[in-house]
Design a protein around this ligand. Sequence first.
Ligand code: HPA
Ligand code: ZN
Length: 338
Amino acid sequence: MNLDRLIDALPKAELHLHIEGTLEPAMMLELAKRNNVDLPYASVAEVQAAYEFNNLQDFLDIYYQGMSVLIEVRDFYDLTCAYLAKVHGDGVRHVEIFFDPQAHMERGISFETALEGITTALQAAHKEMNISSKLIMCFLRHLPEEAAFEALECACKHKEHIFGVGLDSSEAGRPPELFSRVFAEARAQGFVPVAHAGEEGPAAYVETALDDLQVQRVDHGNRAFEDPALIARMVRDQTPLTMCPLSNLRLRGIERLDQHPVKKALKVGLLATVNSDDPSYFGGYVNDNYKQVAKAVGLDAGEVVQLAKNSFAASFISNADKQKGVDAIDECVNRLQN
Ligand code: HPA
Ligand code: ZN
C-alpha cells in the first residue's frame, strides 16, 4: 500500500498543536497591516528566512514576536479557522489545541479576546466540518508561578470552554515541579493536566511531570528514552506521548529525522502519537509529519495505522468516541485494500 496515500486517507486526531504556531507568514503580514503592527519583515520570503533555529529558545523568540499581530477577536478566529480548514483536508477528525493566554495578556490582549476567537472557530468547525475539539491552556514556564495563577483564575471563569492545562515555553532550567502548586489547584478545579517535558530538558523532568504535576499525557517526552525504568513505567501505565518529529528536527533535538524515536516508541509498546506542534514554523502539518518521519525511520503501513489509532486512544474523548475513531480507521484501511 502506498504510505502517503494511506496517511492522507486515515482518520486521525491531532493532540499537540499550539494554535499560535499555525500563523502562516502570509496571514502574519496581513494581520500586521490590518492592525498596524510593525514587523521586521516585508515579505513572506523574509519571514521564512527568519525561521532558522538552533534550539527551542531561538524559535520561541520568533514565535512570540509573530503572535504580536493577534489583537482582535477576529484575528484569533481567522487563525483558528485557517488551521481547522487545513487539517480537515488531512483527515483530522478531532483536535486538542493549546493556546498561550499569558503571552497575550503580557502584551495587553485580554484572556477573553483570545478565548472568544478560538472557541468561536472551534464551534463553527464542529458544526460545519464535524471536527470535535478540546482546548488546553498552557502556562508559560519562563514566567513566575504567580503569572500562572493569574491565568488559572481567568480560566476558572470559562470552564465550559477550557478542558485542560499544559506547560510550555523555555524548558531548560525550568523543571515541572516549579509549577506543582498551580497544577494542584488546576486539578482541584477540574482541569486535566498535561505538560511539555523531555523536549530539551532531561528525563527527570518527564518523571516530575508525572509525579508532581500528575499529568495524564506527556508532550514530546523524547528524552525519557535516557531512563529505561521511566520508559518501562510509561509502557506499563500506557501514558500517552505526543511526539512532533519535524519540530524536533527543526529545533535540533535530533540532527536527522532518521534519529527520531517514534519507531522505537511503538516497538516498546508506548502509546505514541505524531503531531505537528507549530506547523507554520516547522515546515509541515500533521500529515507531513507522518509522511516524513515514516519515510525517514522506515515505518510500515501497520505502524502508520497504529499511530493513527493511538491518536484517538491518547485523546481525552470518551471511550465510545475513541472506538468510533478506531472503527473509522479500520473502515478506511479496508476501503483502500479493496
Ligand atoms: N515547545 C515549548 N513551548 C512551545 C512550543 C514548543 O515546541 N511551541 C510553542 N510553545
Ligand atoms: Zn509544543
